[in-house]
Design a protein around this ligand. Structure first.
Ligand code: AMP
Ligand code: MG
Length: 279
């Protein structure tokens, strides 16, 4: 199955999230089969990321957005965080600080975009500035509604500089979310995640859905496509995102640079050193 084709939002496409399945199993017979596929994809990602790091000519940005408890943390832990940390950074974007609010909304984002050879993973992103900010009425419509175009230009600029961009939305049902909130409540190890604000956001599910739909319609571009991932099954989420990242890295086709040293010379140096050691 081609997960990129399956889940990519076409430019201008008007998605109806409500009618998109959250529970698909895709081509996988069961959880075990999906986990095996994920492991295989993760190995491919590691191999390609290594090449991209050494090549040092292009970079990858993965943006993650989702409702609470949709599994961004799990996806980072199990899939994206498996990349070599020397070449990969994760940036969580929280409520902006006073200093950050003193700048334009992309200021804190731009500093975290990946330089050549690197991968950046955004746990939330500049999209919060057309999502939570819109639903919670933090800035007026006259401001947030102009941001879609600003975002597209920003992302096109990154692409022009050699950054490949993937934007991933984890699509869960409100029923699954409530189930996960309960598991958090039942497990003392997860109590630190409890937050009454999650229930406030939940009561605005429809407004968030509308905000997400407009962001997908306006900002899924060839340079920076959105992917909507059915995420009620954690194993489908992991398997499909791992496939999309592996395919993308593979299409970026990173090449190990040819050695700029004379291999015969290195061999002679080595042999001389070995001979010295043996006497
Ligand atoms: P979490 O990712 O669960 O730790 O929560 C981070 C919180 O920060 C979420 O409630 C986000 O909606 C909020 N947040 C992130 N970016 C912004 C932003 N630009 N404006 C307002 N709230 C934000
Ligand atoms: Mg949270």
């Amino acid at each position: 199955m081609n997960f990129v084709k399956e889940h990519r939002v076409k430019p201008g496409e008007k998605l109806k999230l409500k009618s998109l399945d959250t529970k698909t199993k895709g081509p996988f017979e069961d959880k075990e089969a999906a986990k095996q596929h994920t492991a295989k994809m993760v190995r491919q990602i590691q191999d390609l990321q290594y090449k991209m790091f050494v090549e040092d000519k292009q970079s990858l940005l993965v943006v993650l957005q989702a409702p609470d408890a949709a599994g961004k943390d799990g996806l980072i832990r199990k899939v994206l965080g498996q990349m070599n940390p020397q070449g990969c950074r994760t940036y969580p974007f929280k409520v902006p600080s006073k200093k950050e609010l003193g700048h334009d909304f992309l200021w804190r984002i731009h500093k975290c975009t990946p330089e050549k050879g690197m991968v950046s993973i955004f746990n939330r992103s500049h999209y919060e500035d057309v999502l939570v900010v819109r639903v919670e009425d933090i800035v007026p419509k006259s401001v947030w509604s102009k941001r879609f175009e600003v975002i597209n230009h920003f992302e096109q600029g990154l692409a022009l500089a050699g950054t490949t961009i993937l934007k991933i939305y984890l699509h869960i049902s409100p029923e699954e979310q409530l189930e996960r909130f309960k598991k958090r409540y039942d497990n003392p190890e997860k109590h630190w995640k409890l937050n009454p604000g999650d229930y406030t956001a939940r009561s605005k599910w429809d407004a968030y859905r509308e905000a997400y739909q407009e962001a997908f319609e306006r900002c899924s571009t060839d340079a920076a496509p959105w992917f909507v991932i059915p995420a009620d099954h954690k194993w489908y989420r992991d398997a499909s995102v791992a496939s999309i990242v592996a395919q993308t890295l593979s299409e970026m086709n990173p090449q190990m640079p040819k050695p700029d040293v004379d291999l015969a010379e290195i061999k002679a140096l080595y042999e001389a050193e070995l001979a010295k050691q043996q006497t």
